[in-house]
Each structure stands twice: as C-alpha cells, then as structure tokens.
Design a binder for this molecule. Structure first.
Ligand SMILES: Cc1cc2nc3c(=O)[nH]c(=O)nc-3n(C[C@H](O)[C@H](O)[C@H](O)COP(=O)(O)O)c2cc1C
Ligand code: SF4
Length: 502
C-alpha cells in the first residue's frame, strides 16, 4: 500500500480495489463514462482532446470512456466529434491514448451511431432506424434500414474498433444505449416495428447488436476489451422495462464475447433523463444496474448522478455494481479520485447536475465546459500547470464583489501568490447563486459557493463581508491591482415609445 493510499477512509477503501476487466487491470473502481466533448478538430482528435483526457487520467480515474466517435457517415456528423471510420483518426487517437497511459488509467472508445435521434443537417444522408418513425424529439423521418444497410453498419462497428485498437486504446464500448441510438432502437419495441428477422421477438431485436458485437470481437481478437453501453429501462411508452432489459443483457452477455456492461436509462422520449439534471434523484439508475447485474456474469458499471464517494462505495458494498461512474463529476473536478484518495473531500468540486456547461452546450454544437470549473474544455490554456505565479513583488489584489466570479478571481489570485482581499457588500458570499440555490430543487447550486468558500479559507484570502467598496475604502487597502466583479444590475423598464422621446 502506498503512503497516499493509507489516508483513504476505511469506508471508501473499496473504491480503490483494482479490478480486472477483460484482461485489463483497472487501478480502481471509478469510471468516467463516455460523453461527447465536441473537441474534435474537423472530425479528427485534437490536442485539446488529449489535454482533456490527460488531466482526468492524472486525477486518478480508473477507466475513461471516450465519446462520441461516429462509426459511419450516416451518424450525427458534427465537426466536433471524431469520425472513427476514417483511418486518419488513428494518429490523434494514439496521442490521446499515450496521454492517458502516462498514468494507470485505461481508456476505451465508444462506437457510436445516433440512429434516428439525430438530424441529417450535418450528415446530408438519410437517418437510419429500424422503422420509418421519427424520433420524438428531432422529428425527422428516418429510413427503415434495409438488410444491406444493416450489413454495412455491422462492418462499420468492426472497422471503427480496429481503428481504436490501432490508436492504442485499451478497448471499445459498443453503444447500445440511449434508447433511440441505432442499436438500442432495434432492441426496443418503442422504436422497432419490423416484421423481418430484426423485429418482433427479443431474439430478433437483439440480432443487430449481437452481430455488431461478434464482428467487433472477430476484428479485434479475444484479448481486447469490448464493453457495451446498455439500456436498463426506456422510460418510454411501449419501451423496455427492466425485465426486458435483463433478458436482453442475458442474451448479449451469454454469447461470450462481451467483457463489461454500462447500464443507463431513457430515450429521447424521456430526454430530460438522458443526462439527468438536478431535478432527478441522485443515483437515478443504480437500481437498473443492480437488476442487470443479477443476470450477467461480467462486470457491471452503474451510472447516474453519483458524486458522493460514500454513496459510490455503498453501491459496491451492496453488490449493486462492480464499478461506479462519476462522469460529470470528472468534468467538474478531474482530480476527484486523487482528492478522495488523499481524504480531502472538502476540496472536491462537486458537480451540481445543472447541465448548463456540459451537455447543453453539446446540443448547441460547441464543446463542453463546466459552470464552475473554468478549465474544463480549456485544458490547454487553463489546465494543470498553466497558472503563472505572481511576480516576487506581486503585491496586493483587491477583488470587489463576492459572487462566484469575484470568489473565483480571488481564489486564482491567491493561488498565484498575490496577497488577496475580497470585499463583499452583503453579509454573506455567493451573490445571485445564494438566491438561486434557495429555490426548491435548486439547492445543489450552493455547492459552488461552498467549494469556493473552502478554497478561499485554505488559501488565506482575507474576506471582508458587509464591506462597501467606495474609492476611499479601496484606496485604504493600498492595492496594486483591483478586480471589479460586482455583476450586473437589472435594466430599467422602458415605459413609452422611445421614438416619441417619451
Ligand atoms: C456532455 C455530455 C455528453 C454525453 N455524451 C454521451 C455519449 O456520447 N454517449 C453516452 O453513452 N453517454 C453520454 N453522456 C452520458 C454520460 O455518459 C452519463 O451517462 C451521464 O452524464 C450520467 O452520469 P453522471 O451522472 O455520472 O454524469 C453524456 C453526458 C454529458 C454530460
Ligand atoms: S456544467 Fe453543471 S452538470 Fe455539467 S459538469 Fe459542470 S456542474 Fe456538472
């Protein structure tokens, strides 16, 4: 046991038990599941990609899923995601894998196809689906796949997997989740109304996913990690219930070539739950993972609003899963695992499940960030090692305004080595976030304030609340630099007709 491991609270030790999955040893049980980042540069893996994943590997997470590489031109072909079917991606994938492998972390690449839950705006091709029924959200009529289309997409899974392997990734994860994405849309009677050998009975609905899995396995060999992202429930009318998901999971894992499963829920019918925000309960899909674990004999990764390491450890102790995902938690704080290991839980910057900086931005076709981790998505400029120390005589910074921006500015100045004073007119720090967090269902917003308060305290920032910042008060502090972070004031309502000059 290393010295740092010895600081792990006993109740959390289980999170740090290594586990072998498909011949690959993971250093701990914490996973950052695949999430699109929008960080590709014209469909190719970018330097920013590598920096993003390197920072999370450095922070100690056991397994990283990279999403959302597209396996075929008919999938959602936005420039910010990787076209995994193009061999040109291999050198960039290798840079990512090398960056991650500087640490003990392992990385798998998701093999994705958005199916009908997409738009042809980018692909300029027909959307693929089991039946000609539009996705309830995007509402574009898809093409019911012909057998030749299915054959082509089976082969596409295998080709993308070979590229991942050649790119140095530790494995691949077949995407059969999110209800309406391609393979999952075949699995579910919510979207599959076919009458041929790919529709109807569960054996028929599983056929496409099974063929894809077998093709991937044949292409990469038995000694390569192959997982699958699975539905535990569709939460959609006529869709999969947990018992159906169990049957499918047993069928797919029973064939042998699968090494692990990740269990999630929802379709674009129940879209708010795809990436469950703070309105959803914590641990929202954990019971689904536990149910699927009853019927499969491969490691199960449970997902869904887990940020508390004690809750994560409890899931493992209860036998609800073999590994536990803390995905957005790692967008918010790439060092989560290190901080848990060092028993510095108060320093963990908890994800508040607002979705504002991460998934919402993906839907606006830009890259992911985080509302309270400014370095997320900007690791090259703001990530680990980029902070410039203050000059030796850096002097004093006075920050005016103790809302989140002022608090963060004060934190950064103090980290750089400036003597930092923060002035806030009100009696408490937090600004508008305090108001926002007072609304029922929005309490988690207060985590942003808590985290910043802890950091200011640890860094020795002099915080003066109830302190106005008129020019005399600021001058009296003899600042070398002043940062004004007083936010904005609501505009005055314009009454009357401006053109009349009223
Ligand atoms: C920005 C973003 C993009 C995502 N993209 C994908 C994706 O491409 N494939 C996937 O399987 N899940 C995707 N997810 C879902 C996550 O893998 C995970 O299931 C979800 O964030 C819930 O886990 P958490 O509560 O631990 O964050 C995405 C999530 C986010 C926040
Ligand atoms: S933007 Fe919000 S939901 Fe996304 S990682 Fe940051 S805190 Fe979590």
């Amino acid at each position: 046991m290393t010295t740092s491991q010895s600081t792990v609270p006993t109740d959390l030790q289980i999170l740090f038990d290594p586990i072998e999955v498909g011949g690959v040893t993971l250093p701990n049980r914490i996973v950052m599941t695949g999430h699109g980042t929008g960080m590709a540069d014209h469909h190719l893996p970018s330097e920013q990609h590598a920096a993003y994943y390197r920072e999370r590997a450095r922070g100690g997470v056991g397994l990283i899923g990279m999403a959302f590489p597209q396996i075929h031109p008919s999938s959602q072909n936005v420039p910010g995601e990787v076209q995994a079917y193009d061999p040109a991606v291999i050198p960039g994938l290798r840079k990512i894998a090398d960056a991650v492998h500087r640490y003990e972390t392992k990385i798998v690449m998701q093999l994705g196809h958005t199916g009908r839950q997409s738009s042809s705006t980018w692909s300029e091709r027909a959307l693929f689906a089991p039946s000609s029924i539009p996705c309830p959200m995007n509402r574009e009529m898809p093409k019911a796949m012909e057998i030749e289309d299915i054959d082509e997409l089976v082969a596409a899974h295998a080709l993308a997997a070979v590229h991942a392997r050649e790119g140095g990734f530790d494995g691949v994860e077949i995407h059969s989740g999110y209800g309406g994405y391609l393979l999952a849309s075949f699995l579910s009677p919510f979207s599959n109304f076919r009458e041929d050998e790919y529709g109807g009975s569960v054996e028929n609905r599983v056929r496409f996913a099974r063929r894809a899995l077998e093709a991937v396995r044949d292409a990469v060999g038995r000694d390569y990690l192959v997982g699958m992202n699975m539905q535990g429930h569709d939460f959609s009318p006529g869709g999969l219930e947990v018992e159906d998901a169990q049957e499918i999971a047993a069928l797919l894992t029973g064939t042998g070539p699968l090494d692990y499963v990740v269990v999630k829920g929802a379709t674009y019918y129940s879209a708010s739950q795809n990436v469950p925000d703070m309105q959803h309960p914590k641990g929202v899909w954990l019971d689904l993972a536990a149910k699927l674990r009853e019927v499969v004999d491969v490691p199960v990764i449970a997902v869904g609003r887990v940020t508390d390491p004690y809750a994560a450890a409890q899931v493992l102790r209860d036998g609800g899963a073999d590994l536990i995902a803390m995905t957005r938690q790692h967008i918010a704080d790439p060092e989560t695992v290190t901080k848990i290991r060092e028993n510095r839980l108060e320093d963990v910057r908890g994800c508040i499940a607002c979705n504002q900086g991460c998934i919402d931005r993906l839907f606006k076709i830009t890259h992911t960030t985080c509302v309270h981790n400014p370095a997320a998505g900007y690791e090259l400029e703001l990530g680990e090692g980029t902070l410039t120390p203050a000059p030796a005589d850096g002097g004093r910074v006075v920050v005016v305004g103790g809302g989140p921006a002022g608090m963060k500015a004060a934190e950064v100045c103090a980290r750089r080595g400036f003597d930092t004073v923060l002035l806030e007119r009100r009696e408490r720090l937090g600004g508008q976030l305090r108001l926002a967090s007072s609304i029922e269902g929005r309490e988690e917003i207060a985590e942003v304030i808590r985290h910043l308060e802890v950091q200011l305290d640890k860094l020795g920032v002099e915080v003066r609340t109830g302190a106005g910042a008129d020019p005399e008060a600021v001058r009296a502090l003899a600042p070398d630099h002043v940062i004004v972070a007083t936010g904005s004031a609501p505009g005055r309502r314009i009454v009357g007709n401006i053109s009349n000059g009223v």
